[in-house]
Design a protein around this ligand. Sequence first.
Ligand code: NAG
Ligand code: NAG
Ligand code: NAG
Length: 325
Amino acid sequence: MMKTASSSSSSHAFPTTALLCTPYLLLVPLGLLAMVLVIPSLGSSHFRSDDALGVLCRGGGGYLVTPGGAAAETKKVVSRPELRLLVGVLTTPKRYERRNIVRLAYALQPAVPAGVAQVDVRFVFCAVADPVDAQLVALEAMRHGDILVLNCTENMNDGKTHEYLSSVPRLFAANPYDYVMKTDDDTYLRVAALVGELRSKPRDDVYLGYGFAVGDDPMQFMHGMGYVVSWDVAAWVSTNEDILRHNDTHGPEDLLVGKWLNIGRRGTNRYSLRPRMYDLNWDMDNFRPDTVLVHMLKDNRRWAAAFRYFNVTAGLQPSVLYHLP
Ligand SMILES: *[C@@H]1O[C@H](CO)[C@@H](O)[C@H](O)[C@H]1NC(C)=O
Ligand SMILES: *[C@@H]1O[C@H](CO)[C@@H](O)[C@H](O)[C@H]1NC(C)=O
Ligand SMILES: *[C@@H]1O[C@H](CO)[C@@H](O)[C@H](O)[C@H]1NC(C)=O
């Protein structure tokens, strides 16, 4: 009952893995269908017509936000997209509920045209020590294929970002991305808006995010809410022994990334996306329509406010099975 279609943008991307691009609802056993429909965000506009069908592609893990339906199926051979972006959401194993919300937040985004971008999202952990968590995270890896476990001990400001940025060039060496992003599980990233920014940017020596001014340097480092480096910059981090020799991985991760790049004169193509990247304020009244990402979504109430503001559930079809005001 699973309908498969070869992916337009990435059939070459994961040569070792058969790629499944399946309309999301078709992944759900019929018995669960009614239950799933109760979840408001699953009924998004993606499912209203074939043309707008959102397709969640699994290939070697992660999501691929590509257009689905007839268009994708008829185009058998599609060249490499303009850009490929890996989004690493740094989180910890026990945050199951949050991860579920974040996963839906990515899965229900409007499609990015396949020729424009391939965007893969992974949840990034250090080693999963607890045997119960190891089992449950294994389920997620099997079901969603979006788990990346690094060789580190879980921490936030003790080298996890360094481990992430320096593992990715090796882990994906066979099929490099153009850009590597680090973000968190309290950030809502609007993928199409970010891709729109990246399209016109260089593919090399890039460091993009919410620029933090220090002294008279307007962009000394990018805030940890979410930043992007180009592949060459990640590769440079992965091979730079000075960072480890100077023990320069302990401390605020975002500030340290800026420090490494400043010392190494890397990431010199710097772009601050302020004010399109921002912290949601206490009153939750500073959302903006041109948001690239909004940070500080630290509880369900704040996530709900974001989904409402960005009309994520506006396309929910009326049904006798649920009433969700
Ligand atoms: C962890 O270490 C093992 C053994 O060195 C290696 O095979 C694996 O690729 C590493 N994993 C990551 C995510 O770096
Ligand atoms: C590196 O820094 C950490 C934290 O400041 C400290 O605990 C550790 O001993 C240092 N290691 C070296 C080799 O200096
Ligand atoms: C959400 O939908 C409303 C009503 O159609 C519209 O006015 C508003 O601009 C939309 N918000 C965003 C962020 O697109």
